[in-house]
Design a protein around this ligand. Structure first.
Ligand code: C2E
Ligand code: MG
Ligand code: MG
Ligand code: MG
Length: 284
């Protein structure tokens, strides 16, 4: 009896694996098509400078406008794209599209606005990021100072000397570099010292329970202190309430981003948001 139960659970496991492989293969095909048919979109989430109360940038966040399903979030398909390699052409599209968008903003008179994009670890492994970025800037005519690249610790952990060299090339072009989800990794302090970086983005997990967990306030204070001593900007993400905003300001964050101000949105809504002074007035 025990044997047959094992047998059953084994066959369940096998069919479960087959199902998963089938689902993955289907997603691979769909993502390839999505790329070819132009189904990817960028949504933009405003970043607010607390010194002025004004929007001075936006993070570009990838969405898949899947026919029949609507807008699909990156958490659903990016892990698969990382595995099957499609992340490379997808992120290349993101880079060029974000540069084109930021160039449009400049031409509409928002000269100070920056666009930030998220990079994947696989891109850095190829050592082609500086060349690709130079190409995107040349082709779109975007001022390099209006582009920011967000890196996570998983990028940095591969080969820190190679990454540092590529980041130095990017900084020499004038491109900004920030560390995303800061504080969640294992070696945050070590790599911040060794890498050319402009800004730390405090992970939203520390912001979420800021009002109730005194440890979060202590961690955020440590990050802003580190930022000040290394001359780095500090942006807090995932800000959802007025109370969080007030505490983050008190702890010395210079920029904020989160649903309290605006969700990521299509470009035309982002431009409308920029023109709506009342949205900004509530922040300052
Ligand atoms: P991330 O770069 O840390 O982006 C922040 C995520 O938090 C976004 O989720 C954003 O919509 C969400 N968020 C912003 N404000 C709030 C808030 O106040 N509350 C809450 N609960 N969430 C908030 P999203 O757009 O689903 O993106 C998830 C992750 O997918 C990103 O995390 C980033 O790691 C990755 N990603 C997004 N776009 C790209 C891309 O073009 N390339 C690559 N390689 N990764 C991307
Ligand atoms: Mg990010
Ligand atoms: Mg983040
Ligand atoms: Mg993240």
């Amino acid at each position: 009896r025990a044997k047959s139960e094992n047998g059953n659970s084994f066959s369940y496991f096998a069919s479960d694996m087959q199902t998963r492989a089938r689902v993955a293969a289907q997603l691979d095909g769909e993502l390839q098509h999505a790329l070819e048919r132009g189904e990817f979109r960028l949504f933009y989430q405003p970043q607010i400078d607390l010194a002025t109360g004004l929007v001075d940038g936006a993070e570009a966040l990838l969405r898949w406008n899947k026919p029949g399903s609507g807008i699909v979030a990156p958490g659903v398909f990016l892990p698969r794209a990382e595995e099957n390699g499609l992340i490379l052409p997808i992120n290349e599209w993101v880079l060029f599209e974000a540069c084109r968008a930021a160039k449009r903003w400049q031409q509409r008179g928002f000269q100070h606005l920056r666009v930030a994009i998220n990079l994947s670890p696989i891109q850095f492994r190829k050592r082609t990021v500086p060349l690709l970025v130079a190409h995107a800037l040349a082709e779109t005519g975007l001022d390099p100072r209006r582009l920011e690249l967000e890196l996570t610790e998983s990028i940095v952990m591969q080969d820190i000397d190679a990454v540092a060299e590529d980041l130095r090339k990017l900084m020499e072009m004038g491109v900004h570099i920030s560390i995303d989800d800061f504080g969640t990794g294992y070696s945050s302090l070590g790599y911040v010292k060794r890498l050319p970086v402009d800004r730390l983005k405090i992970d939203q997990s520390f912001v979420r329970t800021l009002a109730t967990d005194p440890n979060d306030a202590a961690i955020i204070r440590a990050i802003t202190t580190l930022g000040r001593s290394l001359n780095l900007g500090v942006l807090a993400e995932g800000v959802e309430t007025a109370e969080q905003l007030q505490r983050l300001r008190a702890e010395g964050c210079d920029h904020v981003q989160g649903f309290y101000f605006a969700k990521p949105m299509p470009e035309h809504e982002f431009l409308a948001y920029l023109s709506d002074d009342s949205a900004i007035a509530s922040i300052a």
